[in-house]
Design a protein around this ligand. Structure first.
Ligand code: AMP
Length: 249
C-alpha cells in the first residue's frame, strides 16, 4: 500500500505572532517557516508502517513556494521515498489546497492519505475534512492511534472526554493528532542525503483548478492578558494574601 503525506511549510511554532493594531490582522508573510509539526507526526507514522512491512512507498507532497522544498527535504531525511512540490507563490486557502491534493491523490492512488489536524500559523484545521469530502472517502480526524487491517484501518480518535475507535474502509484520509507518536530525531547523514534527493515539481497554475479565495479574515484578537504572578516572601504573607482574596476565612 502506498501512503501520501501532505506536508505544509508552516509558520515556526516557536514564533509569537502578534496582531497589528492598525490593520487588526496578523501578518505572517515574513514569518520563518518550517515543517508543520503535525505533518512530521504523519511522516513518522507512515515510516513506522513501512518499517513494519504494511506500507511499500511513502510520497510527501507540499503546496507552496520554492522554500517549501526545505520541509520536503526534512520529509526525505525522515524516510519518505518521493517528494512532490506543487508550486505556487499564492497563500492558498484550505479549499484550494484540498482541490490540489485531490489531483495528486488521483494520480498517486494511495491507500492512506495523512494530513495534520491543523497547520501552525493560519490554524484552519479544515484541509483534511475538505479533501475527504472531495474524494468521497472516509475520514478519521484527530488520530491518536491506528491499526492497518486488510482493506481497512482502525483509528483511535481524540474526542472531548476520551477516545473513540472507528473502522474506515481504505482508501481513507486521516488527520494526525499530537499523541499519535513522537517523531524521530533526524541524524546528520540523513539530512545530508536528503539534500541530494530529487523533488518533482508541478506548477499549481497548470493543474486546471480554481484557486480563488473564498473568505476574508475580518479581524484577529490577541488573548486577554492574564494578571501577572507575584512572589511572596513567607507563609504568613501567603495566608494574609489568601484571606484578603477571601479564599481563606
Ligand atoms: P489546515 O487545514 O490549513 O490547518 O492544515 C491541515 C493540514 O493540511 C496540514 O497539517 C497539512 O497536512 C495539510 N496542508 C495544509 N496546507 C498545506 C499545503 N500548503 N501543502 C501541503 N499540505 C497542506
Amino acid at each position: 500500500m502506498k501512503v501520501l503525506v501532505a506536508v505544509k511549510h508552516a509558520v515556526d511554532h516557536n514564533l509569537k505572532p502578534f496582531v497589528d493594531a492598525t490593520t487588526g490582522q496578523v501578518d505572517l508573510s515574513q514569518a520563518r517557516r518550517v515543517i508543520n509539526p503535525f505533518d512530521e507526526i504523519s511522516i513518522e507514522e507512515a515510516v513506522r508502517l513501512k518499517e513494519r512491512g504494511l506500507v511499500t512507498a511513502i510520497v510527501a507532497v507540499s503546496i507552496g513556494g520554492a522554500d517549501a522544498k526545505d520541509s520536503l527535504r526534512h520529509a526525505y531525511a525522515m524516510g519518505v521515498d518521493r517528494a512532490l512540490l506543487v508550486e505556487t507563490d499564492a497563500r492558498l486557502q484550505p479549499l484550494s489546497v484540498a482541490k490540489l491534493l485531490k489531483v495528486i491523490v488521483e494520480r498517486e492512488q494511495p491507500g492512506l492519505v495523512f494530513l495534520g489536524k491543523q497547520a501552525v500559523g493560519e490554524d484552519y484545521g479544515q484541509t483534511g475534512q475538505m479533501l475527504a469530502a472531495l474524494l468521497g472517502v472516509g475520514l478519521g480526524t484527530f488520530t491518536s492511534a491506528l491499526q492497518v487491517k486488510d482493506g481497512s484501518v482502525e483509528v483511535t480518535r481524540e474526542v472531548d472526554k476520551g477516545t473513540q475507535t472507528i473502522s474506515l474502509q481504505l482508501p481513507a484520509v486521516l488527520t494526525s493528532d499530537l499523541r499519535l507518536n513522537e517523531p524521530r530525531f533526524i541524524k546528520l547523514p540523513n539530512l545530508m542525503m536528503a539534500k541530494k534527493k530529487a523533488i518533482e515539481t508541478l506548477a499549481a497554475s497548470e493543474l486546471g483548478i480554481d484557486l480563488a479565495n473564498r473568505f476574508t479574515v475580518i479581524k484577529s484578537n490577541e488573548p486577554p492578558q492574564k494578571p501577572g504572578a507575584v512572589q511572596l516572601a513567607s507563609v504568613s504573607e501567603l495566608v494574609n494574601t489568601l484571606r484578603k482574596a477571601e479564599v481563606l476565612q
